[in-house]
Design a protein around this ligand. Structure first.
Ligand code: C2E
Ligand code: MG
Ligand code: MG
Ligand code: MG
Length: 283
């Protein structure tokens, strides 16, 4: 790990625990430096509305272009959360999305919406809503063009706080997504009291929807739950036409996944921002 990070003579610790601690410290330091050196980039993954047959927006996903390789979020988001670095990093992500949306608007092809992932710690941070509002104001971006994605477990961590934050976010006119739905432990009784627009079915269920009866049952149940609570349901991780057909037949509102497109660098998104009502998946 130390070598990978390009710092090989850093050996104050010995033993397994020591090595873990030192590699965490190395990662933390290089995260900090990465932020200072502007090594983070966003890629954008389109979403598709199955009811209107159109691209409905995109999701911003974070990539760390470290000196030696591109590092995916699962390798550094957990540590960024623990150390608190997620706060400056998350703010950078949100501002960068606003900047990009404003550029795309000037260019004449803004996407209908861009959604930003918020980690639990960032979501429950004091003053979050004013940070979001300040960034949208600074770049003159309408909140109706921005969504937030927060995981089910992030919401359930502190329900009272979540109700207040989500209400404030909704009042601004932003869209609220619950990410990775089905993997946490939602209180269904609370779910109905939360101002949520969209449930995103976790890709682990979508993956097995054709072979695994349980995955198919859970997926149908989430679609039904969303419908009865007045929320839209979007499936993530859709890779095949057969999965899409299953989802459409069962009333799913939208999809996202490699079948439509992998996450793309901003310069490669034009065809999705221009797509309008072109049906990409005729029934
Ligand atoms: P997520 O928000 O649930 O994002 C979906 C993940 O699935 C993304 O991984 C995406 O690249 C991947 N994916 C999309 N389509 C497919 C598909 O068809 N098949 C498969 N197997 N995978 C697909 P990624 O980009 O590595 O992000 C992983 C997670 O990291 C995200 O999960 C999100 O929780 C977190 N994350 C990403 N960007 C940010 C960020 O800016 N801030 C925070 N706090 N978390 C982020
Ligand atoms: Mg997400
Ligand atoms: Mg997700
Ligand atoms: Mg997921």
């Amino acid at each position: 790990k130390a070598k990978e990070l390009g710092i090989s003579n850093f050996r104050f610790f010995t033993g397994e625990l020591g090595e873990q601690a030192s590699s965490r410290l190395l990662l933390e330091n290089s995260l900090r430096r990465g932020l200072e050196r502007d090594e983070f980039r966003l890629v954008y993954q389109p979403k598709y509305d199955l009811r209107e047959d159109r691209v409905s927006g995109m999701e911003a996903l974070l990539r760390w272009h470290a000196p030696d390789r591109v590092i995916p979020p699962w390798e550094f988001i957990p540590l960024a959360e623990e150390t608190g670095l997620i706060l400056p990093l998350g703010e950078w992500v949100f501002r960068e999305v606003c900047r990009q949306v404003s550029l795309w608007t000037d260019e004449g092809y803004p996407p209908p919406e861009v959604a930003v992932n918020l980690s639990a710690r960032q979501f429950h941070q004091d003053g979050l809503v004013s940070v979001l509002k300040a960034a949208m104001d600074e770049y003159s971006v309408s909140p109706s063009r921005i969504g937030i994605e927060i995981t089910e477990s992030g919401i359930m961590e502190d329900l009272v706080d979540s109700v207040a934050i989500l209400s404030a976010v909704k009042d601004l006119g932003m869209t609220v997504y619950v990410d990775d739905f089905g993997t946490g432990y939602s209180s269904l009784n609370y779910l109905k009291r939360l101002p949520i627009d969209v449930l995103k079915i976790d890709k682990s269920f979508v993956e097995g929807v054709l072979e695994d009866r349980n995955d198919a049952a859970i997926t149908r149940a989430v679609i039904g739950l969303g419908r009865s609570l007045g929320m839209a349901v979007v499936a993530e991780g859709v890779e095949t036409r057969e999965q899409l057909d299953f989802l459409r037949q069962n009333g799913c509102d939208g999809i996202q996944g490699y079948l439509l497109s992998p996450p793309l660098p901003p310069g490669e998104t034009l065809r999705f921002r221009k797509a309008g009502h072109t049906p990409l998946f005729p029934a």
